[in-house]
Write a protein that binds this ligand. Structure first.
Ligand code: BTN
Length: 253
């Protein structure tokens, strides 16, 4: 169990030896968890990624955790919570090696992904019962542990640094950053402390991207991340700016 002196987030850390998906457990048993509880494992057998994808885990060599939040907030702030998490995670990974953020949820080291975030909301009827923030980190995977077809895009902290990662200190640092950013946001309603981290570390800022939505490909340039955590884009041939919440898109160039 990690040594945590945080206020509320992570005070209750539930370690599972083996579990299909920490997010699924949190969502299915939401009533049995309290605000700030964290479910943690290094043995996740059926992890979920964004957009219905699988999240590959190397058993005993990666971290999977879910933070349960039962906030009195609107669901549209889920995108903002993903940015808060990205800022906390990136700061924690920085203690091992320099990391960047690919909006909205990818942690990047040396141009490859080392960690991802999956934020899911749970409703009963139309009322929001809770938000579950899932974090998966490739800590001590070797190249052979990463699927052949993912090797050009995915990596681990061990592969990039040649040093074994201590999962306890990484988790502790992440939770402390998360707790600090969350408490201050709760108190002040000001997202700028973590949005500024996201902007500083963003690999998309000022880059040309193509936003894919369905069959449409729209070229544009990323100009900002706004206080709601949305990407602000200037599309080619258009004067006004548009905001993007999470969506499928690819980078050009
Ligand atoms: C992504 O990059 O597509 C998001 C990956 C999120 C994976 C984490 S691991 C802990 C939590 N439980 C899951 O089943 N998924 C998330």
């Amino acid at each position: 169990k990690a040594d945590l002196r945080t206020r509320r987030i992570g005070r209750n850390l539930i370690f599972k030896d083996r579990i299909p998906s920490t997010n699924e457990l949190a969502l299915n048993k939401l009533n049995s968890f309290s605000h700030g509880d964290i479910i943690l494992t290094d043995f996740q057998t059926n992890g979920k990624g964004r957009m219905g994808r699988n999240w590959q885990a190397s058993l005993g060599k990666s971290i999977a955790l879910s933070i349960v939040l039962k906030p009195a907030i609107e669901n549209k702030q889920a995108v903002l919570l993903t940015q808060l998490t990205a800022a906390a995670l990136s700061k924690a990974i920085d203690q091992i090696t320099h990391s960047s953020i690919k909006w909205p949820n990818d942690m990047i080291v040396n141009s490859k992904k080392v960690a991802g975030i999956l934020t899911e909301s749970h409703f009963s009827g139309s009322s929001l019962e809770g938000i579950v923030i899932g974090v998966g980190i490739n800590t001590n995977m070797s190249t052979e542990d990463i699927d052949n077809n993912l090797r050009s895009k995915a990596t681990s902290l061990l592969i990039e640094t040649q040093k074994i990662v201590d999962p306890n200190s990484l988790i502790t640092s992440f939770i402390q950053w998360f707790d600090e950013l969350y408490s201050s946001w709760e108190l002040t309603n000001d997202s700028s402390p973590f949005i500024s981290i996201c902007k500083e570390k963003s690999i998309l800022m000022n880059r040309e991207i193509i936003v894919r939505s369905g069959e449409m490909n729209r070229p544009g340039k990323v100009v900002d991340i706004n206080p709601l955590g949305e990407l602000i884009i200037k599309y080619a041939g258009q004067d006004s700016l548009e905001s993007l919440q999470t969506m499928d898109f690819s980078i050009r160039g």
